[in-house]
Write a protein that binds this ligand. Sequence first.
Ligand SMILES: [Zn+2]
Ligand SMILES: [Zn+2]
Length: 147
Amino acid sequence: MSFKTGGCQCGRVRYSVETEMAQAYLCHCRMCQRATGGFAAAFVQVPTDALSWERAPDWYESSPIARRPFCCECGTPLGFHFRDSAGEPHITFGSFDDPAGFTPEAHAGSESVHEAWLNTSALPRHYTAKTESIAKRWKAAGREVPE
Ligand SMILES: [Zn+2]
Ligand SMILES: [Zn+2]
């Protein structure tokens, strides 16, 4: 078995997930766009008993069929669950401590795909540590540029 941990940006909400049965995907539906602020939401779906909250999240009802865990202190979106009890947890990819290793397998909510945001691998790449306007702000805050 292999486990991954994750949580919100401020560290108040924490979870661990057994990842053997994990399925990663992107959801492009308008509710996921609004809930995460992204062009799509990146999720990792796992069986219900594969997820354990070490510190419980806050929840809001995002639609008549789904509710979403988040942190009420820092606002990090942590996933979504269908409201019926059979719903398996879908955890936000970016909330894992180390998200590397998941490969997306499908697009959901495809009626709302923004095609221009999908094929971006040819765009110029800027790196935080080499972007002076950002690096100098980290330095002024007395911190190293985060990896
Ligand atoms: Zn938080
Ligand atoms: Zn969605």
